[in-house]
Design a protein around this ligand. Structure first.
Ligand SMILES: [Zn+2]
Length: 244
């Protein structure tokens, strides 16, 4: 039984992560002298890992959610990263072993937590040059939601985008408005409308209908029409986003 053999091996001959990666290198390049191996577990915001081969040897930067992972998993990752580096396909068994481990419930949970805690939030303060997003949020909350919407993190985007004017990110619980809207030439009504739209995303979570993700459900679209000045705001948006 192959897998029991491997387990027994790692109990009898304990290998450090560096040794696992070195052994896999020698399996893949039996005639090449084994280079020095540096391995570092890094606090990434996702499950990515990287390999580099330079004069100093082989360097691996591995997501720290795999720190303490069983030797078989590091072995699979070593095959995947080294195959990529050597430009050859990684054997299917290793790809599957690695993927199955990442897909385990506890693993998915810790990756989600890591993403929440470390994900780069490209957001600056809610107080912009022209408009204060907190003040706008609170006004709309009273006007349309009986003050019942719990305030998420609010911020202006660092880059002014005119294609993505607003965005609600449920994983960080943050509403971001494009700093493109934070200008005196943009009517307050428009900023209010985009904020109102994002607040509706808090109220109507994404629905999964079969394989389809339905973001703007019919209920969402109906509720959106409650916004006083809906037609006017839409018309202004169309103008400022299409004209230079
Ligand atoms: Zn939307």
């Amino acid at each position: 039984m192959y897998s029991e053999d491997v387990q027994l091996q790692s109990i009898l001959f304990f290998e450090t992560p560096e040794e696992v990666f070195g052994r896999v290198f020698s399996e893949l390049k039996p005639r090449t002298p084994r280079p020095a191996i540096r391995l570092e577990f890094c606090k990434f915001a996702n499950a990515n890992s990287f390999a580099r081969w330079d004069e100093a040897g082989l360097a691996f930067r591995i997501t720290d959610v795999l720190e303490g992972a069983p030797a078989q998993i590091l072995e699979a990752l070593a095959h995947i990263l080294l195959s990529k580096l050597l430009r050859r396909p990684a054997p299917k068994t290793y790809n599957e072993r690695y993927r199955r481990y990442l897909n385990r419930k506890e693993m998915r949970r810790s990756l989600q937590l890591v993403k929440q805690a470390r994900g780069r939030k490209l957001v600056s303060s809610p107080q912009g040059n022209c408009y204060d997003l907190e003040a706008i949020f609170e006004e709309l909350n009273v006007r349309y939601f009986h003050g019942l919407v719990a305030r998420p993190v609010l911020g202006w985007s660092r880059k002014p985008s005119r294609t993505m004017l607003g965005h609600y990110d449920p994983s960080h619980n943050v509403i971001v408005l494009s700093s493109f809207l934070d200008r005196p030439s943009v009517e307050r009504l428009v900023v209010e409308y985009v904020m109102f739209h994002e607040m509706l995303h808090l109220r109507f979570p994404v629905e999964h209908r079969g394989a389809r993700r339905c973001v703007h459900t019919p209920e969402f679209k109906l509720a959106e029409k409650d916004f006083a000045g809906f037609t006017e705001a839409k018309a202004i948006l169309k103008r400022i986003c299409t004209v230079g």
